[in-house]
Design a protein around this ligand. Structure first.
Ligand code: ZN
Length: 326
């Protein structure tokens, strides 16, 4: 394992989309706007603000337009949103989105379950979105689900993953996100996949997106970064879920990942104390306990007071020492 040596990493926040879409409580629009505005000050490269899916498909994000119109955009931060189809792309353009994030799964079963379409049908629809984005001069990122395995099909062959990547590269997308949708990735696999895609398409902007379902999220993050990935998705408080995988938990938590990477000497550009404070606010918004750890335990160098009877302990130790020496 290598030290970060100040290597710059770009941090993307997905709590307001990947996280909020699965929350049972509707987060009030005012609170969403206030949270995005707060996140904008913390050093993120990108914030996935919302989704332009049909309101009845994802009611939690039915206020996408209003949130986009009301947030204070900070220069240097890319405000992206999930765009499922041409209709969603038109709404996203009206909201002056900086980037389209389009999504499909490399697993046929997962794509059918999640998007109600075959992969070919999804690809055809997304190709139209990419064409529209090109005319509007808006960059497109593709988030590929189940790159490291499918909860219904099991292993997904790397050759299948590379096949879809090649087809999106031909369309002229700017970046691709390798999504471990249900936390099936493990570090050596991550390294092999990242090595393969970076060697094949070095000019594409690559992002890694890990869920922490089986506790491997931080290890997978290190593997991806050491393989040369410089962009990482994560979610404040580790919120997020997947409806097709029992026990699937949220994304890797922003505070946990940033804390680790900063300890290792990477330059994340992030204000960690600010992230931990924002996680506290998030906990009151979602009204359940967060799964992140640094938000509870604090920085590794957070100093705690010794036990209340510490002076007595020292006195007794000294007394014993004197007795022994006498
Ligand atoms: Zn996700």
């Amino acid at each position: 394992m290598k030290a970060g040596n100040g290597t710059r990493l770009l941090i993307n926040e997905v709590a307001t989309r990947d996280g909020f879409q699965m929350e049972s409580r509707f987060i009030p629009t005012d609170d969403k706007v206030a949270l995005v505005d707060r996140l904008s000050t913390l050093g993120y490269a990108k914030i996935e603000v919302t989704s332009f899916t049909l309101a009845k498909a994802i009611p939690a994000l039915r206020d996408g337009e209003e949130v986009m119109h009301r947030i204070a955009r900070r220069p240097g931060v890319v405000y992206t949103a999930l765009v499922p189809n041409v209709r969603g792309a038109e709404r996203a353009l009206e909201s002056r989105i900086d980037e389209f994030n389009i999504v499909m799964s490399v697993s046929e079963t997962h794509n059918l379950s999640n998007l109600r379409m075959t992969r070919e049908q999804s690809f055809a629809q997304l190709a139209e979105v990419v064409a529209l984005a090109k005319r509007a001069d808006v960059p497109v990122n593709v988030s590929l689900s189940c790159v490291f395995g499918c909860p219904m099909e099991g292993e997904v062959l790397l050759s299948v993953v590379l096949g879809w990547i090649d087809r999106f590269a031909v369309l002229g997308v700017q970046g691709i996100t390798l999504c471990d949708t249900t936390g099936m990735a493990y570090p050596t696999q991550v390294q092999a996949v990242c090595d393969a895609v970076l060697a094949r398409h070095p000019a594409l902007e690559w992002t890694a997106h890990f869920h922490n379902t089986r506790g491997m999220g931080l290890a997978n993050t290190v593997a991806a970064v050491e393989a040369g990935i410089r962009r990482l998705d994560m979610s404040l408080g580790g919120i997020g879920d997947c409806p097709y995988a029992p026990g699937a938990t949220g994304n890797v938590a922003t505070e946990d990942v940033v804390h680790m990477l900063q300890c290792m000497g990477y330059d994340t550009g992030m204000n960690l104390d600010g992230v931990v404070a924002a996680a506290e606010q998030l906990e009151s918004l979602v009204q359940h306990e967060l799964s992140s750890q640094v938000s509870r335990a604090g920085h590794r160098l957070t100093r705690h007071a010794p036990p209340a009877d510490f002076n007595d302990i020292v006195e007794r130790a000294n007394a014993r020492l004197q007795k022994e020496q006498a």
